[in-house]
Design a protein around this ligand. Structure first.
Ligand code: PDD
Length: 276
């Protein structure tokens, strides 16, 4: 398929220079945006977060969001994507390798491409397992940057244990997971870590909070511990295209009755309706 490279649609081959700052330093930001039945889901929300990430790392966006939005819609139709994601990243650009920002004005490099991805129907219906691992990331996890090595290592641990996710904890406190947000249900209330510098404020997370409000489910954006998590009635994770997956086992220990819980199922149902 075609790749959006700054303002143009080009073939995917040899686009990246060895001195691209994203390649050398992870000096850039990204978004993964869901596409369902040929249409974007929550595109504006993703673009607003992209804008925020850019600001936080002092990167100026190479073009206006309205123009970018049009290009992304065009990319999806050019590539005839029906179900999958658009991956979009912007790096600080190509410059001689020095750690500091390039002194002369270097144009940031934006790349977007489409990727076919199925939703995890089986896991979403029957639940899945997760492992726990220490959150060794930096203190600005609210920025969606390209620096994902700690997330990569955490996810690898999950895969090696036949789990879908690695749930991260800083000391005793559960933050989020390697590539998703974590929610716990206890006595009918939903708990999730507050959206501060320790987590990425997921677009799916925000949607779930909105749905809980509509469903009149009480939500407390409050940190909880490993102990609380293992004693939860229900547990689920959220992310783009993964949507909502119930977690029924953590480190081989059962969560609740080891089946997707009623509150989780209600939220999943409301989420599916919102996709229509
Ligand atoms: N990851 N937390 C982390 C660390 C993430 O990487 C992600 C998403 C989320 C969920 O955010 P959202 O609901 O906006 O997708 C939370 C994407 C999908 C990825 O890196 O592939």
């Amino acid at each position: 398929g075609k790749v959006l490279y700054n303002q143009q649609f080009v073939e995917r081959s040899k686009l990246i220079d060895i001195e691209d700052r994203g390649y050398q330093f992870g000096d850039g930001i990204y978004e993964v945006i869901g596409v369902y039945d040929g249409a974007f889901f929550l595109l504006d929300e993703h673009l607003q977060r992209l804008k925020r990430s850019a600001k936080e790392i002092q990167l100026s966006l190479p073009y206006e969001l309205t123009e970018l939005k049009e290009k992304l819609v065009e990319l999806v139709s050019l590539n005839e994507l029906t179900d999958g994601v658009v991956y979009l990243q912007i790096t600080r650009g190509e410059a001689e390798r020095w750690h500091h920002f390039p002194r002369e004005s270097v144009t940031p490099i934006l790349i977007a491409y489409t990727k076919i991805e199925e939703t995890l129907d089986e896991a979403s219906k029957n639940g899945a397992s997760a492992v726990l691992t220490e959150d060794i990331r930096w203190l600005r996890c609210d920025i969606k940057t390209l620096n994902l090595l700690p997330n990569v290592i955490a996810k690898q641990k999950a895969v090696e244990n036949n789990a879908v996710e690695a749930i991260l904890h800083r000391g005793d406190v559960i933050t989020e997971a390697s590539a998703s947000n974590v929610f716990m249900v206890k006595d009918g209330k939903v708990f999730t870590h507050p959206a501060n510098n320790y987590i990425l404020n997921g677009i799916t997370r925000q949607k779930v909070l909105e749905l809980c409000d509509k469903l009149q489910i009480t939500v407390q954006e409050e940190a909880f511990t490993i102990h609380d998590l293992l004693a939860a009635d229900e547990l689920f994770i959220t992310a783009t295209k993964l949507d909502i997956v119930p977690i029924i086992q953590v480190d081989n220990q059962p969560i609740g009755s080891e089946i997707p819980g009623e509150t989780t199922k209600k939220i999943i149902q409301a989420f599916h309706s919102s996709l229509q």
